[in-house]
Design a protein around this ligand. Sequence first.
Ligand code: PEP
Ligand code: MN
Length: 270
Amino acid sequence: MVELERRDAERRRAVRIGNLTIGETRPVVIAGPCSVEPGYVDQAADIAETGADALRAGVFKPRTHPDSFQGMGLEALPLLAEARRRTGLPLISEVLCEADAEALREHTDGYQVGTRNMQNYRLLEALGDLGRPVILKRGLSATIDEWIAASEYIRRRGNDDVILCERGIRTFETRTRNTLDVSAVVVARELTDLPVIVDPSHAAGKREWVPALARAALAVGADGLLVEAHPAPALAWSDAAQTIDVATLADLVDATHSSPLPCPRLEACR
Ligand code: PEP
Ligand code: MN
């Protein structure tokens, strides 16, 4: 196996997404519905009220079954523009291919590569060439080394604005949707200079479990959270069961913003 090029993890890299910096001062919260749906602008305004730092704004949804809602696609662009105008928050949207990224370029501030596309190397290279920030989710069966190696496909094209996101991996356990690998936060922060955030929603699969997993992520030094939230979670068009309400999100934002700074190495936390 090729050895990972060890980036200087002592010198943490902060990544800017619009007016937000991740990995610099305090941990951040990126929140919003699983997918952009017709009521998105009002939902975004409610989420902004909690003090969240950026909005989930997915319009292309990589659903496991083709009959599931696939996202509003380009029809949602006016909603993104209005949500941005009303909240002033940066928008992050998942892209499945280079054409998606081109189409969203002016309407979003950062891209997300989902777990299913972590090893879509042509996509990663294209995002490297586009030179805009990328949240790279860990593949659902990817090792930490494979995940970091995937980030290099973006970086080798001259784009170092990459944020790693642990979102749970597939194990023998079926009670949770995925198994949140909190150790991955510690290890990835030791092996790379990149910020590492955690998505407790896709790990838990159940909204009642999300706050505890989020706090676990902060406790191990995550640079932020990516959370599914909605003013009426049960009505969310996708991933309703794991979507938290706005009051729960507000508590989580407070807890996150008052968390101690993540430290590069655990020794430094003592
Ligand atoms: C998402 O965050 O919208 C998503 C699809 O998550 P994942 O790629 O982790 O399944
Ligand atoms: Mn989802």
